[in-house]
Design a binder for this molecule. Structure first.
Ligand SMILES: NC(=O)C1=CN([C@@H]2O[C@H](COP(=O)(O)OP(=O)(O)OC[C@H]3O[C@@H](n4cnc5c(N)ncnc54)[C@H](O)[C@@H]3O)[C@@H](O)[C@H]2O)[C@@H](O)CC1
Ligand SMILES: Nc1ncnc2c1ncn2[C@@H]1O[C@H](COP(=O)(O)OP(=O)(O)O)[C@@H](O)[C@H]1O
Ligand SMILES: [K+]
Length: 481
C-alpha cells in the first residue's frame, strides 16, 4: 500500500478522468462508504454536514443523500458555486427535496454529529478568514466530527480535530504525520482503477499484508543455533553502570523477537540478566568470542559507544547501531566496509547526524529519513510517530505505535528485535520495517489493555503476541471499509 501526497492523489484522480473513467462513480462510492462509517460510529444520530464547493464538498453531498435515504435526520450547509461532479451531487440531493442551507449560517446543537466535507486534497495554503473561523468553531463544538478524506485545513493550521477520518482510495501523508487530528482512521476503496494506486516511487505504508510473508519460518527441526544468534554489545563502566539496563533490554527484545541465542557482551560488574542470555563480561569493548549472525551495538554505551561500534565492525556482520554508537565517523566506516548496518536514531540523534535541529527532523520525518539514508548509504530507522524506515530510494512509513511507548528503554528493545530478524537472515530493510511494525503493534496491544505506565520489558514481552496477530493477518491500526 502506497502513501500518497495530496498532489499524487489528485494526479491519480486526474488520470482516472483522462482514461474515461466516470469520476462521479468515485464520488458516489465515497459518499456511500462514508454513510456506512457514519452509521457504524453514530447510528442514527442527527448529522450536520458542512460541504465546501470542491469535490470534498461533493463527497459530503453524496454522503448526505445516503444518510437521508437511510432515515438519518440531517441538515446540510453548503458553499455555493459547485461545478462538475459536486454539482451533480448537489442536484441529486435537491431532487430528493432536501433544501441546502448557506454555509455562512452553519450552526449545531448538542446531540448532533458534524461531518467535515469542507476541504480535502485540493487545499492550497492555510485556511484564513471565514473558513479559519468556521474550523475554530467546529473544534470548539465538543460534538463528534467525521472528516471526509482529510480533516479540513491539513497539513496547515488551523485544521479540524476529527473524531474519525475516512480516507478515500489511499492514505495520504497528512494521515500519518497528523495522526492526532485524524482521530480513528478508516480507509475506503472507492473504485479507483488499481493501476493508478500502484506507485512504486511513493513511500509504502507498512501493512500486515506486505509484512506477514517476511516473518521467518521455523521448521520442525529448528534448534537454538539455527534460528538466529545475536550478539548484544553495550554498556559502560565508567559512571557506575548508569545505563547497565539498556543492553539487557536489547537482549530481551532479541529473544522476544525469536532469536535462538543471545550473547551479551557487557562491562564487567554488570548485572547478569536475562537468565536466558549467555554472558561475556569484558574489561573493555570486545566482540563475542562465539559465532553469531548479527549484532546490536551501543545501548547504554556512553563514552564506550564508539569503541563498541568499531570493535563490532571487525566482525563484518549485519549490525544495528543504536544510541551511543551513532556517530558520523563510525557510520562512514561501516559504509566503506560494505557492512550491512541499520541505524536507529530518534529525532535528536538523527538531527545530530544530519546537522539539523531535532524539530526540523520531527517536522518532516520522511525527508529526514531519506536524507540520512542517502548520506550514510545505510538503512535508517527514524524513530517517532510515525517511525520511518529508509534505505536507498525506499521508504516505509510505520502505522503502528503510540505514545505509551514514550518510556525509557523501548528503543533498546527495538534495537534487539531488529538484530534478531537480521540474525534470522532478513535483509536490513525488511528486518527493520518488520521489527518496527511489531514493536509498535506490541505497544498498541498494551495501550488498549493497560494504557500509560508500561515498562520497556513489557513491550518486549508483548512482541510474541504482536507476532501472532500478524501471522493471523491482524494488527492493521486503521479499518478498511
Ligand atoms: N475524481 C476526484 O477528483 C475525486 C475526488 N474526491 C474528493 O475530492 C477531494 C479533492 O477535491 P478538489 O480537488 O475539488 O479539492 P477540495 O474539495 O479539497 O478543495 C478545493 C476547493 O477549495 C478551494 N481552496 C483551496 N485552498 C483554499 C484555501 N486555502 N482557502 C480557501 N479555499 C481554498 C479551491 O478554490 C476549491 O474551490 C478529495 O479530497 C476527495 O474528498 C473524491 O470524491 C473521489 C473522487
Ligand atoms: N509518541 C509515540 N508514538 C509512537 N511511538 C513512540 C512514541 N514515543 C516513543 N515511541 C517509540 O518508542 C521507542 C523509543 O525509543 P528511544 O527514544 O530510543 O528510547 P530509549 O532510548 O529510552 O530506548 C521508539 O521505538 C519510538 O518509535
Ligand atoms: K474534509
Amino acid at each position: 500500500m502506497r502513501l500518497f501526497t495530496p498532489e499524487a492523489m489528485r494526479e491519480a484522480d486526474g488520470k482516472a478522468a483522462a482514461m474515461g473513467y466516470p469520476t462521479l462513480l468515485l464520488m458516489e462510492w465515497a459518499g456511500m462508504k462514508a454513510a456506512r462509517v457514519y452509521r457504524r460510529l453514530f447510528g442514527k444520530a442527527p448529522a450536520v454536514v458542512l460541504a465546501g464547493k470542491g469535490n470534498n464538498g461533493g463527497d459530503g453531498l453524496a454522503l448526505a443523500r445516503h444518510l437521508l435515504l437511510g432515515g438519518v435526520p440531517l441538515r446540510v450547509y453548503a458553499a455555493s458555486g459547485q461545478g462538475g461532479d459536486a454539482l451533480q451531487m448537489r442536484q441529486a440531493l435537491e431532487a430528493l427535496g432536501l433544501p441546502l442551507l448557506p454555509l455562512e449560517e452553519a450552526s449545531w446543537r448538542e446531540g448532533e454529529v458534524l461531518v467535515d466535507a469542507l476541504f480535502g486534497t485540493g487545499l492550497k495554503g492555510p485556511l484564513e478568514g471565514f473558513y479559519a473561523g468556521l474550523v475554530d468553531r467546529v473544534n470548539a463544538s465538543s460534538l463528534p466530527i467525521l472528516a471526509l478524506d482529510l480533516p479540513s485545513g491539513l497539513p496547515f493550521s488551523p485544521h479540524v480535530q476529527a473524531t474519525a477520518t475516512l480516507a478515500f482510495a489511499a492514505l495520504k501523508t497528512p494521515h500519518l504525520l497528523y495522526r492526532e487530528a485524524c482521530g480513528k482512521l478508516f480507509l475506503a476503496e472507492i473504485g479507483l482503477p488499481q493501476a493508478l494506486l500502484e506507485r512504486e516511487d511513493l513511500p509504502e505504508v507498512a501493512t500486515p499484508q506486505a509484512l506477514r510473508p517476511l516473518l521467518p519460518k521455523r521448521p520442525l527441526t529448528a534448534h537454538k543455533g539455527s534460528v538466529g544468534r545475536v550478539g548484544v554489545l553495550g554498556g559502560y563502566r565508567g559512571d557506575g553502570l548508569r545505563y547497565a539496563g539498556a543492553p539487557l533490554l536489547a537482549a530481551l527484545g532479541a529473544y522476544r523477537m525469536g532469536a535462538g541465542l543471545v550473547h551479551l557482551v557487557l562491562p564487567e560488574g554488570t548485572p547478569l540478566e536475562p537468565l536466558e542470555a549467555v554472558f561475556h563480561p569484558v574489561p573493555a569493548p570486545a566482540l563475542p568470542p562465539v559465532k553469531v549472525e548479527a549484532l546490536a551495538v551501543g545501548m547504554g554505551g556512553g563514552p564506550w559507544g564508539k569503541a563498541w561500534a568499531l570493535e563490532a565492525l571487525k566482525a563484518g556482520l549485519p549490525t544495528v547501531l543504536d544510541a551511543d554508537a551513532l556517530h558520523l565517523e563510525v557510520v562512514a566506516l561501516y559504509r566503506q566496509a560494505g557492512v550491512k548496518a541499520v541505524l536507529t536514531p530518534h529525532a535528536g540523534e538523527a538531527g545530530r547526524l544530519l546537522g539539523a535541529p531535532p524539530e526540523a527532523v520531527a517536522q518532516d520525518p520522511l525527508a529526514a529519513a531519506r536524507a540520512l539514508a542517502e548520506t550514510t548509504g545505510l538503512t535508517v530507522v527514524l524513530k517517532g510517530n510515525p517511525t520511518v524506515v529508509a534505505e536507498g530510494g525506499r521508504l516505509s512509513v510505520n502505522p503502528t505505535g503510540n505514545p505509551v511507548l514514550a518510556t525509557g528503554g523501548t528503543g533498546d528493545v527495538l534495537a534487539g528485535a531488529i538484530a534478531a530478524l537480521l540474525a534470522a537472515g532478513l535483509p536490513p530493510f525488511d528486518a527493520a520495517r518488520l521489527a518496527v511494525y511489531l514493536h509498535g503493534l506490541a505497544g498498541d496491544l498494551l495501550a488498549e489493555e493497560r494504557g500509560v505506565g508500561l515498562l520497556a520489558r513489557e513491550v518486549a514481552e508483548a512482541l510474541p503476541r504482536a507476532r501472532r496477530a500478524l501471522e493471523k493477518g491482524l494488527g492493521l491500526p486503521f479499518a478498511l471499509v
